[in-house]
Design a protein around this ligand. Structure first.
Ligand code: PBG
Length: 332
């Protein structure tokens, strides 16, 4: 596109910024409640609301309360909720077998939500880190995270979630070949309409810290995730990963974290035109909330601006812990 404009003073950009009405007319992108996926943390027990200290405003909710939260989200116009379990340390094993237990917390929550709030889309996390004592997203032998054996476990996990009624599976593990394996298994098992939103370009990031508190993996994680999550210095590799996951059968792709990686969001959307999402992760949320609590920024305005930026970058939607707060604001 080649913009044509006369030189100053014939062209004065401030003419169209003069009033709110004129600004609204020429606004290029908008944020709506339909753009939001709300990540929530599950815990066992009844009537449990456990605040996550490093994520002010976020609570782990027990099953009975998650159904109400899903109903509230639906009423606010939020199209999807994404479930993350806080797993009882007693259920964590080296083989991660709790991950594909039909009765695990996630699978019970999927069934409860789909039974009572069927019109909200339920998304899951497909990764092994909540289910082992070392906090890695894969099976570990002698300190090495195994790829192909992990993919087999992820397939079992994905099938259990699909059988429980999940609408969208979110493989967040960054093993090679998992999208193709999961897609093939879903087809064979008759789950042909279960969607995959692949965490395609997921970076080894410091911004996941508060999330690991929320799911109880902080003390657990030994070392880092650099042998499977991406190097923050890389951009071409992200495009190759998005291409790979789309070719293997992902319906939608994700870039994660969000704000420091808007260039990757824009490149991925421009290159493929596929439904593209960003995950505004726990550390991004925590930074905005912490600064707001100190009175250093206007939290509400920073929230809206940060989310609008994802739309401007080309994202179709955003996973954000702000989903209910911003939906309330957008609804007036
Ligand atoms: C792990 C997973 C992580 C997040 C989502 N899934 C953490 C990690 O990779 O260590 C992070 C989300 C956030 O920080 O909000 N499968």
């Amino acid at each position: 596109m080649q913009p044509i404009q006369a030189p100053y003073p014939t062209t004065r950009f401030r003419r169209l910024r003069r009033t709110a009405a004129l600004r609204a007319l020429v606004q290029e992108t908008t944020l709506t409640t339909g753009d939001l996926i709300w990540p929530v943390f599950l815990c066992d027990g009844a009537n449990q609301r456990q605040p996550v200290a490093s994520m002010p405003g976020v609570e782990r909710l027990s099953l009975d309360l998650i159904v109400g939260a899903a109903a509230d989200a639906r009423d606010l116009g939020i199209p999807a909720i994404c479930l993350f379990p806080y797993t009882d340390p007693g259920l964590k094993t080296a083989d991660c077998r709790e991950a594909w237990n039909p009765e695990n917390l996630t699978n019970r929550a999927i069934r409860a939500i789909k039974a009572q709030v069927p019109d909200i889309a339920v998304m899951t996390d497909v990764a092994l880190d909540p289910y082992n004592a070392h906090g890695h997203d894969g099976l570990v032998v002698d300190g090495v995270i195994l790829n192909d054996e992990t993919v087999e476990a992820l397939v079992k996990m994905a099938l259990a979630q699909a059988a429980s009624g999940a609408d969208i599976l979110g493989p967040s593990d960054m093993m090679d070949g998992r999208i193709g394996a999961i897609r093939a298994a879903l087809e064979s098992a008759g789950h042909k309409d279960v969607a995959i939103l692949s965490y395609a370009a997921k970076y080894a990031s410091a911004f996941y810290g508060p999330f690991r508190d929320a799911v109880g993996a902080t003390g657990a994680l030994k070392g880092d995730k650099k042998t499977y999550q991406m190097n923050p210095a890389n951009s071409d590799e992200a495009i190759r990963l998005v291409a790979r996951d789309l070719a293997e059968g992902a319906d939608m792709v994700m870039v994660k974290p969000g704000m420091p990686y808007l260039d990757i969001c824009a490149r991925a959307k421009d290159a493929f035109g596929a439904p593209t999402f960003a995950y505004q992760v726990s550390g991004e949320y925590a930074m905005i909330q912490a600064a707001a609590q100190n009175g250093w920024i206007d939290g509400e305005k920073a929230m809206v601006e940060s989310l609008l930026a994802f739309k401007r970058a080309g994202c179709d939607g955003i996973l954000t812990y702000f989903a209910p707060a911003v939906a309330k604001l957008l609804r007036g």
